[in-house]
Design a protein around this ligand. Structure first.
Ligand code: PHE
Length: 368
């Protein structure tokens, strides 16, 4: 038995009895600190004879190691016990309802635009954008709208005051439709081309079904052998996916737009159910009627030419439809003005969760 056995046993007993981490730290200082008793023993080695040192050296080192190990073990045990106690006292009641965090909602217009992007992406269309402050050339001239066209009149269109920054050939204005994006896309991307262009448009109009600002989505396909059949199929496919119905019936009526030739007004069959318009079925079927839904046509060759493409090589179709109108038909609102009032109660009622991403597989816009 070495001379240090008693010291070691003593130290162990005190370490085991230490009440807390502070007491344990005091013991560490007492034994192993600079002035500690074990440290003092280590210092005596220097004055010993080689033989004595050979005998005592390992014993004192052993003692130091044993005290250090005991301190470490006790500390780990104390920490584990402390954690144990915390875990036991700080229980989490997983059955409590989560606290409600204030969350905004996705506006129906944004939701519908996302749905449109999802549907048309599946048909190979990309999303294009253009400025809301347009110049006269993109909004009218390049779309083959003559000076005399009524949409050019001051009472229909918001013009900016003419000043030294105005382009020489016309004034700046708030775009009256998304059709200028047709021109911008053809000029920027060339042909072939498949785009939709959702966005805000402005007209000097205001009543229950017209607001000075509203939303449209433009569609444009340019390729070598596009015809009206492609237009009809695309619209049927889009509307079927959008309204999640397989019985959408369209009626194409001859019409006139300066930027399409021929031009086609598209009606959709619907029935009234509980005072709401429900799309589906032929408008000629009993209890059904036709509703005008959108304007479209084959892109006028003059427009293709003005956008810098060869109209003998490229042709295509375009359509424009009101996004707010689509939202009202799908989700059942009846006053367009409420869309832009910013009434939180309306937004809560008609808004969508940002987690509710439209996907074709889950049903665009589907929700409980
Ligand atoms: N720009 C037209 C409108 O606002 C709609 C339209 C777009 C018609 C494309 C034909 C082709 O009424």
């Amino acid at each position: 038995m070495s001379d240090y056995t008693t010291l070691e046993r003593d130290a162990r007993a005190r370490i085991d009895a230490a009440a807390d981490l502070a007491a344990l730290e005091a013991l560490r200082v007492e034994y192993l600190g600079k002035q500690g008793s074990v440290s003092a023993l280590l210092k005596t080695l220097g004055a010993m004879s080689p033989d004595e040192r050979l005998e005592k050296g390992p014993q004192i080192q052993g003692l130091r190691q044993a005290v250090s190990d005991a301190l470490g073990a006790r500390k780990a045990a104390m920490e584990a016990a402390e954690l144990e106690a915390r875990l036991a006292s700080e229980t989490v009641d997983l059955t409590l309802p989560a606290r409600e965090a204030p969350a905004g909602s996705v506006h129906p217009v944004s939701q519908v635009m996302d749905e449109l992007a999802e549907i048309f992406a599946d048909l190979g269309f990309s999303v294009a954008t253009g400025p809301e402050i347009e110049d006269d050339w993109y909004n009218f001239t390049a779309l083959n709208m003559p000076e005399s066209h009524p949409a050019r009149a001051m009472h229909d269109t918001f013009y900016f005051p003419a000043d030294e920054e105005s382009p020489a050939d016309g004034r700046m204005l708030l775009r009256t439709h998304t059709s200028p994006v047709q021109i911008r896309s053809m000029m920027a991307l060339g042909a072939p081309l498949r785009i939709i262009a959702p966005g805000r448009v402005y007209r000097s109009d205001s009543d229950a079904t017209h607001t000075p600002m509203f939303h449209q989505v433009e569609g444009l396909v340019i390729d070598r052998d596009i015809h009206l059949g492609h237009l009809k199929w695309t619209l049927e496919t889009f509307l079927g996916a959008f309204f999640e119905r397989e019985d959408i019936v369209l009626r194409l009526r001859p019409s006139y737009f300066p930027f399409t030739e021929p031009s086609v007004e598209v009606d959709v069959g619907f029935a009234l159910e509980n005072g709401k318009r429900v799309l589906g079925g032929s408008g000629d079927a009993p209890g059904h009627a036709w509703m005008e839904l959108l304007g479209s046509g084959m892109v006028n060759r003059r427009v293709i030419e003005m956008a810098g493409l060869d109209p003998d090589e490229w042709q295509g179709f375009a359509f424009g439809v009101g996004v707010d109108r689509l939202a009202m038909l799908k989700y059942g609102m009846d006053d367009l003005r409420a869309f832009f009032d910013g009434d939180v109660r309306w937004l809560r009622h008609y808004g969508f969760s940002f987690l509710d991403q439209p996907t074709l597989s889950a049903g665009v816009g589907a929700r409980a």
